[in-house]
Design a protein around this ligand. Structure first.
Ligand code: G1P
Length: 278
C-alpha cells in the first residue's frame, strides 16, 4: 500500500544522461558537475532539496559519473591540507551538505529515457512519495525554494505535482506541455500532457520544468508505459496515466529558473549568480 500521507523525505536526481550539448566539456566530466561559478549544478539541486527538509538524496548515475560520488564524500587529503588555513571557508558549503544528508546511488545501465531513469530509482525510494530534481534546471528564489513550495502543496493535495512555467509557444518542442483546469491561484488540475509537442500541437504554453513530486504508484505505471517521443520511456506519458485519474496537479512556481542544459541558459545563470554575489 502506498502511503501518500507521508512527509517527503527523499529526492531523486536522474543524472545518467550524456550531456551531449556540452561536449567536449562533458566527455569525461558529468554534466551535473559543471559549475555555475564555483558550485556544481548538482550541488545546487541538493541544497534546494535540503532547504525543503529532505535529507535523503537518491542519485541515478551512469557510466563515467564517478565524480558525483566523490564530490559528496570527504576528501581526507584536501581536508588535511586546508584545515586551519585561510582557505578553509571554501569547504564550508560542501561540508554542510555532506553533514546534513545521506546519499545513495544506483546506475541506469541503458539510456532509455527520463521515465526509465526514474524507475531505476525505485530501489532507493521504495513505497513513499518523493521529489525529483533535474539538476540542469537551476532554480533560485529569495523566499521558499521551488521544491519547498511544491511540498506545501503536496501536504494539501497528496498527489503528484509538476512545476510549470509559461514559455514562448515556439519553444514547446523542448518541454513536456500540460493542459488542465485552474483550481486555485497558480494551481491547475492536469487533464492532458504531451512530451515535446510541435507548437501547433501544444495543448497550452505551460511547460514542465525539472521539479516533480511523485506518488510511488508511478513506478508500476512507468513499467506499463511504452516508449514515446524519441523512442524513450517518458515520465510525461506515465504522468498522463495518473492525470487521467485526477492524480496530477501543475503548479506555477514563484522564482527564477535557468535551463542550464543549454549553453545560453548556462551563461545566463552564471551572470545572474555572479551579479547576485557581488
Ligand atoms: C525533460 C522532460 C520534459 C521536461 C524537461 C524539463 O526533458 O522530459 O518533459 O519539460 O525535462 O527540463 P529533457 O530536458 O530531459 O529533454
Amino acid at each position: 500500500m502506498s502511503n501518500n500521507n507521508m512527509k517527503i523525505r527523499k529526492c531523486l536526481f536522474p543524472a545518467a544522461g550524456y550531456g551531449t550539448r556540452f561536449l567536449p566539456a562533458t566527455k569525461a566530466i558529468p554534466k551535473e558537475m559543471l559549475p555555475v561559478l564555483t558550485k556544481p549544478l548538482l550541488q545546487y539541486g541538493v541544497e534546494e532539496a535540503i532547504s525543503a527538509e529532505i535529507d535523503t538524496m537518491a542519485i541515478v548515475t551512469g557510466r563515467g559519473k564517478r565524480a558525483i560520488e566523490d564530490h559528496f564524500d570527504i576528501s581526507y587529503e584536501l581536508e588535511h591540507q586546508i584545515k586551519d588555513t585561510a582557505k578553509e571557508h571554501y569547504l564550508t558549503e560542501i561540508r554542510k551538505v555532506i553533514n546534513n544528508c545521506t546519499f545513495s546511488y544506483t546506475r541506469q545501465i541503458k539510456m532509455k529515457g527520463l521515465g526509465h531513469a526514474i524507475a531505476c530509482g525505485e530501489t532507493l525510494i521504495g513505497n513513499e512519495p518523493f521529489a525529483v530534481i533535474l539538476a540542469d534546471d537551476l532554480c533560485d528564489n529569495d523566499g521558499d525554494s521551488v521544491l519547498s513550495q511544491m511540498i506545501k502543496l503536496f501536504e494539501k493535495y497528496k498527489c503528484s505535482i509538476v512545476a510549470v512555467e509559461e514559455i514562448p509557444p515556439e519553444h514547446s518542442n523542448r518541454y513536456g506541455v500540460i493542459a488542465g483546469d485552474t483550481i486555485e491561484d497558480n494551481v491547475i488540475r492536469v487533464t492532458d500532457m504531451v512530451e515535446k509537442p510541435e507548437p501547433k500541437d501544444a495543448p497550452s504554453n505551460l511547460a514542465i520544468i525539472g521539479r516533480y513530486i511523485l506518488t510511488p504508484d508511478i513506478f508500476d505505471i512507468i513499467k506499463d508505459t511504452k516508449a514515446g517521443r524519441g523512442g524513450e520511456i517518458q515520465i510525461t506519458d506515465a504522468l498522463l496515466t495518473q492525470a487521467k485519474k485526477g492524480g496530477v496537479i501543475a503548479y506555477k512556481f514563484k522564482g527564477k529558473r535557468f535551463d542550464c542544459g543549454s549553453v545560453d541558459g548556462f551563461v545566463e545563470a552564471t551572470n545572474y549568480f555572479y551579479n547576485k554575489q557581488k
